[in-house]
Design a protein around this ligand. Structure first.
Ligand code: URP
Ligand code: ZN
Ligand code: ZN
Length: 460
């Protein structure tokens, strides 16, 4: 199969020009003006933008969590991602405390293999770092192409590690050429506030928000940044939500320290007023919670300042029946919200269309930086000769409305119901094959490939 895409406006993290793209098999083979190469399929992209396939480095598919499973599996989740222009996702394997990393990897592989529609990779979440786990780090990086290790400073008793384990893990990961990523919130303070609110009979979703104030994230981020400086380990903070946490990273730049920062689309466009709607607020119960307007402003500015490097989703959907597990107690509401399908269009509409970020910045944070930071560049994350032909053909003028009736995620409500967007995905190619065309998915489950990642370079 070969494809010739004519006259699209090609946007990368650095370029913006009109040209043709010739794809042979899975790879971009030529880019130029008026290419005259015979191809099996020709696509007219006049008036359209062409972006690299989006990369969402923070998703939870089919994940056992808080007594249930996230409702999108590899098939439904990666298909919804493709509909939304995201061609590659990185999911989190969770180690069970007391068990090996390898046994968790086997479990996650059995969920993903043969089921993924789009491409995927794994981060390995280390929830129990000990002498046995330590031996597995090198193996994961060198043999499995899994080069990033997630840690939790909260969710005590299930996922959280203490600072002793964190430092030791960072030293080992640095030695072996990987990266440590972190859910940076102070688990002890959150547990204290959660118990206090419950004992006072304060049980609605609002108290999920009030149990995780900004200080819990600012303190943990600052502590993590210091541990990263001490160990020299390449480090990445996931789902950053607030000004206080961002200031910890800003401060670190004064000593020329680089910490990679991810925020998620919801923290840029939604705020904590949504928790005031009684149990309806459960739709947005996630950790960390939504914050204030001033935090949104800090995050948008942080993107333009080069402090926030990635916009992901932390896609972790639960159906309404699952959310209702916490109807009488906010601490039992499964944490997470569905967004995998909407990241690229929301970020374009709210960011580029509304003038907050440039087109190049859009591609940088949604496609290129995730590929660079997580060792997939230039195979993924850009449009150049030799790259995988993962491409999004995007109509910047088309208007549409988000609704549960139209989305492809396996969840029975939308956290963005009725949102009117400008800019719409028209066609998505994954490794040279048209995967989505005018809202139809043309590839089957099993089409998605596992992407082995390279060692981390520690800069972008
Ligand atoms: O609420 C969230 N974020 N759920 C998924 C697990 C995590 O903390 O990322
Ligand atoms: Zn988290
Ligand atoms: Zn997460």
């Amino acid at each position: 199969m070969s494809v010739l895409i004519k006259n699209g406006r090609i946007i990368t993290a650095t370029d913006d020009y009109v040209a043709d793209i010739f794809i042979d098999g899975e790879i971009i083979k030529a880019i130029g003006k008026n290419l005259n190469i015979p191809a099996t399929q020709e696509i007219d992209a006049s008036g359209m933008l062409i972006f690299p396939g989006g990369i969402d480095p923070h998703v939870h598919l089919d994940m056992p969590f808080m007594g249930t499973y996230s409702s999108d599996n590899y098939e439904t989740g990666t298909r919804a991602a493709l509909h939304g222009g995201t061609t590659t996702v990185i999911d989190f394997i969770l180690q069970t405390q007391g068990k090996s990393l390898r046994s968790a990897l086997n479990e996650w592989r059995s969920r993903a293999e043969g089921n993924a529609v789009g491409d995927y990779s794994f981060h390995m979440a280390v929830t129990d770092f000990n002498d046995e786990t330590k031996k597995e780090i090198k193996e994961f990086i060198e043999q499995e192409g899994i080069t990033s290790f997630k840690t939790f400073m909260a969710y005590k008793g299930a996922l959280m590690i203490d600072d002793r384990q964190m430092i030791a893990l960072m030293q080992e990961v640095k030695k072996q050429g990987g990266m440590v990523t972190v859910h940076a919130t102070n688990g002890d303070i959150i547990d204290y506030l959660t118990a206090k609110h419950k004992s006072e009979g304060k049980l609605s979703p609002l108290y999920h928000y009030l149990s995780q104030p900004e200080v819990t994230e600012a303190e943990a981020s600052s502590r993590f940044v210091d541990m990263a400086e001490y160990t020299g380990c390449p480090s990445y903070i996931v789902h950053m939500t607030c000004e206080g946490a961002l200031n910890a990273v800003r401060d670190a730049t004064r000593r020329n320290q680089k910490i990679f920062v991810e925020t998620c689309i919801q923290y840029l466009v939604l705020d904590a007023s949504l928790y005031e709607n009684d149990f309806e607020g459960a739709k947005w119960v996630m950790s960390p919670p939504l914050r204030e307007k001033k935090d949104q402003a800090s995050l948008w500015a942080g993107i333009n300042q080069g402090l926030v490097n990635v916009v992901a989703t932390d896609h972790c959907p639960f159906k309404w029946e699952q959310k209702k597990l916490g109807e009488k107690d906010f601490s039992k509401i499964p944490n997470g919200h569905p967004a995998i399908e909407h990241r690229m269009e929301l970020l374009y509409s709210e960011g580029v269309h509304k003038g907050k970020i440039s087109l190049n910045k859009y591609v940088e944070v949604a496609c290129t930086n995730p590929a660079k930071i997580f060792g997939m560049f230039p195979k993924k994350g850009t449009i150049t000769i030799g790259s995988d032909a993962d491409l999004v053909i995007f109509d910047p003028k088309a208007k549409h409305t988000i609704s549960v009736d139209k989305h492809h995620m396996n969840v029975d409500y939308s956290s963005y119901e009725g949102w009117e967007l400008t800019g719409k995905i028209k066609t998505v190619l994954l490794r040279g094959a048209v995967a989505i065309d005018n809202e139809k998915c043309l590839v089957e489950k099993g089409n998605g490939q596992f992407i082995k990642r390279n060692k981390v370079q520690g800069y972008i």
